[in-house]
Design a protein around this ligand. Structure first.
Ligand code: PEP
Ligand code: MG
Length: 867
């Protein structure tokens, strides 16, 4: 039988049982914060309900706890007595992991027509009583009975029109009474009458919250954040307090530190004379908490103390909801607040310096994958024109994209590879797909704690919210701002760090560190064993990576150097060469370019290893597209004609699995020779300048030890002249992993090319997977995209095997990884105990450094082998 817990009975239970909301309430009640009494239906009940359709014994347990709740507040559930109003409750979802706004909540539950009279008498405020009732009927109708919100909105609009008023608050008691009856009739007509029985309401609401775990937006959210499907949600049933009892009441959201910047201090928003979700939903734009100083200084003081105490208790930045009922403060919820990457770093560092948490905890608190976002660009205000609009800076970073007014429009643009800016009146949880896919988000309404703001920060998407001069008409595919019309597809630039929005494309400035990140990463170094290098193939990228802490280059893709406009013709001449002389000439040109490139890179990485990978792609990639060549050839261009013939000869059905990598290098050994000689010569010249270059050479795509043997022999010819440098191979075919024990004695290092290894292990191509991978993820066939995050089960198994057999066969073997996964936190944590280093694109070096330290810290907590 499931247990249901009063707050006082749930001490010691964790979030996985009580959900985040229940857990926070229990902690607050225990610490003596003013929390309205409540009980919690645990997550287990939800799981049981979703599996079996009913939970034995649940209603008896709920009734017993409701009796206890009645005792605590001195009111009867749903029944007023004399001047005592009825006890009404809120029924809220609360998953173990925060999923803001994704599931359902119902307020004012337990009210019936009979109760309305009692509530009116008890409060002396019939308007309030009817407003409370019509809100309940509306919410219950939408959430439990499944009636579309527009049906209620239309009736509300009608009532306002009849009265000739604009705001809901201008409707009087009689209007709201009439509206309530109109709502009740609507539900009758739909064949889903409103239950005039408090207990039936309670059952309906709890079951609806259970079911809301499975609604499409909650599922989408879990998919995006990798939250397990099977957790389920807890349900919190809590005595209502009212923020809509008049001007001395209200409701708000507070943060103990600024969630955008991390700055310490009470921060938040307040709506006077309003209830519950009004703030979060962003329907009315609230005022900053400081406004309370003027008209409710006592409450403001109390909030300051609450913020201080909450942080000390929960040892993290808290995001709390509160209600003021006739001047009395109640806390309804607290949780660790979502924050931008910049704020996360500042909060972690400052809390450690304040002594609230340890440095180690600080390191574990920051999401490593979010760090590159810290360096996000901003609008270059010196070069920018006057902004078209200003809103609230909700999520930092600048974005340029095409206006899209619906999820579908964002999807359409993304499918064409175009960046989108989602423009909405306000966002609701339904918009999650569009928000996820867009480069930036702009809303006309809502504050810094609105849905749009919270979700955008979590996703790391730049956002400007509450741009009040904007009118959005999604159905018409247009918006109007300051007399300017914005149509779908129009280009916009927005800066979520300043709140400014511009028409067209505006120059951007690169992002940067505030100094705190450097401090956090310096703490990380003590716990990091895994080396971190960068994937870079220009001196500029190498410099940038070094500044970000890269300890060398793990992958320099030499083919990128041949694509530059002044070099491509030489590469094409090499491909077309009719005889040896022509070939030699082209090679000599390329040699000169390549040597200069290598010098630049080795110079930038002086004293650190630089792994140069010899040519990898198939040759046809250096020729213009066939269609273009055909057109030029038809127009009589002889050069194009020759290129076309060559392109046709080189054409492959599966170039990814074709004549490339080591295959090409062994069969066109002059290319191999030219590249390696350029590298060795570059190093020699630098040494003559007194520098300390550390080149390494690597061959891609091997599948057999024979290939490695042959490549090594080619390299040795040059090593005799220049002296040896470390020689290695990429492990990026499954066969190379399986034969790692035979390959290892032939090389100095392996570097796992997990991009190709993933493709070949799954039998999918990075270029074509877009056709089915999104659907696979949507349908839960894959838990995550294996091209982004390393698949531990399959690809990881090959990698482990190769590491073990490789090390056994060659104890001096160095092991690295240079696929995209080297800059993804979960993948770095997986390989941390296995490899010597990972290599990531320059900005993601930050992610790799922190993730490697986190893995080191966690390994110490759980000794190796005890997983
Ligand atoms: C790889 O395959 O993982 C790799 C690093 O090489 P590329 O992405 O250039 O194929
Ligand atoms: Mg590869």
């Amino acid at each position: 039988m499931v247990q249901v817990y009063l707050l006082s009975e749930a001490q010691g239970l964790g979030k996985e049982v009580l959900g985040g909301k229940g857990f926070g309430l229990v902690g607050m009640a225990q610490a003596g914060f003013p929390v309205p009494p409540a009980f919690i239906v645990p997550t287990e009940a939800c799981r049981f309900y979703l599996r079996e359709g009913a939970v034995p014994g649940l209603w008896e347990a709920v009734e017993a706890k409701m009796a206890a709740l009645e005792g605590l507040v001195g009111k009867r559930f749903g029944r007023g007595e004399g001047t005592t109003p009825p006890l009404l409750v809120s029924v809220r979802s609360g998953a173990p992991v925060s999923m803001p706004g994704m599931m359902d909540t119902i307020l004012n539950l337990g009210l019936t027509l009979e109760g309305v009279g009692a509530l009116a008498r008890a409060t002396g405020n019939p308007r309030f009583a009817w407003d409370t009732f019509r809100r309940l009927v509306q919410m219950y109708g939408e959430v439990v009975l499944g009636v579309e919100p527009q049906a209620f909105e239309a009736l509300l609009e009608e009532a306002k029109e009849k009265r000739g008023v604009k705001a809901d608050t201008a409707l009087g008691a009689e209007d709201l009474e009439a509206l309530s009856f109109r709502f009740l009739r609507l539900l009758e007509e739909r064949g889903t009458p409103f239950p005039m029985d408090p207990w039936a309401q309670l059952r309906g609401a709890i079951e609806a919250v259970f079911r809301s775990w499975q609604n499409p937006r909650a599922k989408a959210y879990r998919r995006i954040y990798g939250i397990p499907e099977e957790m389920g949600t807890a349900v919190v049933v809590q005595a209502m307090v009212y923020g809509n009892l008049g001007e001395d009441s209200g409701t708000g959201v507070g943060f103990t530190r600024n969630p955008a910047t991390g700055e310490k201090g009470l921060y938040g928003e307040y709506l006077r004379n309003a209830q519950g979700e009004d703030v979060v939903a962003g329907v009315r734009t609230p005022e900053p908490l400081e406004a309370l100083k003027a008209y409710a200084p006592g409450v403001y003081q109390e909030l300051l103390q609450v913020a201080e105490r909450l942080e000390r208790r929960f040892r993290d930045m808290q995001d709390f909801e509160f209600t003021v009922e006739r001047g009395r403060l109640f806390l309804l919820q607290t949780r660790s607040g979502k924050r931008t990457a910049r704020a996360a770093v500042r909060i972690a560092v400052e809390m450690a310096e304040e002594g609230l948490i340890s440095k180690e905890e600080a390191l574990l608190r920051v999401e490593a994958n979010a760090l590159p976002g810290l360096l996000r660009p901003a609008v270059d205000r010196e070069k920018a024109p006057k902004p078209l609009l200003r809103g609230l800076p909700a999520s930092p970073g600048a974005a340029v994209g095409h206006a899209a007014f619906t999820n579908e429009a964002v999807e359409r643009l993304s499918a064409q590879g175009l960046p989108a800016i989602l423009v909405r009146p306000e966002t609701t949880p339904e918009d999650i797909t569009g928000m996820y896919l867009s480069r930036g988000i702009l809303t006309a309404r809502g504050g810094l704690t609105s849905h749009a703001a919270v979700v955008a920060r979590g996703l790391g998407v730049p956002a400007v919210v509450g741009a009040e001069a904007l009118r959005v008409f999604p159905e018409e595919g247009r918006a109007v701002a300051e007399g300017v019309e914005i149509r779908e597809g129009d280009l916009l630039t927005l800066d979520g760090g300043t709140g400014e929005v511009y028409l067209g494309v505006v120059p951007l400035l690169e992002g940067g560190d505030t100094g705190l990140l450097g401090k956090l990463l310096s703490w990380a170094e003590a716990h990091r064993r895994l080396g971190v290098r960068a994937n870079a193939d220009t001196p500029e990228d190498a410099q940038k990576a070094r500044a970000l802490g890269a300890e060398g280059i793990g992958l320099c893709r030499t083919e990128h150097m041949f694509f530059a406009p002044e070099r491509l013709p030489h590469m094409q001449r090499l491909i077309l060469a009719a005889d040896e002389r022509e070939e030699e000439e082209a090679l000599a040109q390329l040699y000169a370019f390549q040597k200069e490139d290598f010098k630049g890179i080795l110079r930038a990485m002086d004293g650190l290893p630089v792994t140069v990978r010899l040519l990898d792609p198939p040759l046809h990639e250096f020729l213009p597209p066939e269609e273009e060549l055909k057109k030029q050839a038809e127009a009589g261009d002889g050069g194009a004609k020759a290129l076309l013939q060559r392109a046709q000869a080189l054409k492959e059905a599966n170039p990814m699995l074709g004549f490339r990598g080591v295959r090409l290098l062994l069969l066109r050994p002059k290319i191999f020779h030219m590249q390696l000689k350029a590298l060795l010569e570059a190093a020699r010249e630098l040494r003559e300048e007194g520098l300390d270059p550390r080149p390494e050479v690597m061959v891609p795509l091997v599948a057999d030890p024979k290939e490695v043997e042959r490549a090594r022999a080619l390299a040795e010819e040059l090593f005799q002249e220049y002296g040896p440098i470390p020689f290695g191979t990429m492990l990026e075919t499954p066969r190379a992993c399986l034969l790692a024990g035979e390959i290892a004695p032939l090389v100095d290092f392996f570097s796992f090319g997990t991009n190709d290894l993933t493709q070949m292990t799954f039998g999918l191509s990075r270029d074509d997977a877009g056709r089915f991978l999104p659907r696979y993820l949507e349908e839960g066939l894959f838990p995550f995209d294996p091209t982004e995050r390393l698949d531990e089960k399959g690809v990881g198994r090959l990698l482990r095997l190769a590491v073990e057999e490789g090390r056994r066969a060659n104890p001096r073997l160095k092991l690295g990884l240079c696929g995209e996964h080297g800059g993804e936190a979960a993948s770095v944590r997986f390989v941390e105990p296995l490899l010597d280093y990972v290599s990531a694109s320059p900005y993601r070096v930050l992610t790799a450094r922190l993730a490697a330290a986190q893995a080191g810290l966690e390994r110490r907590k759980t000794p190796l082998g005890v997983e």
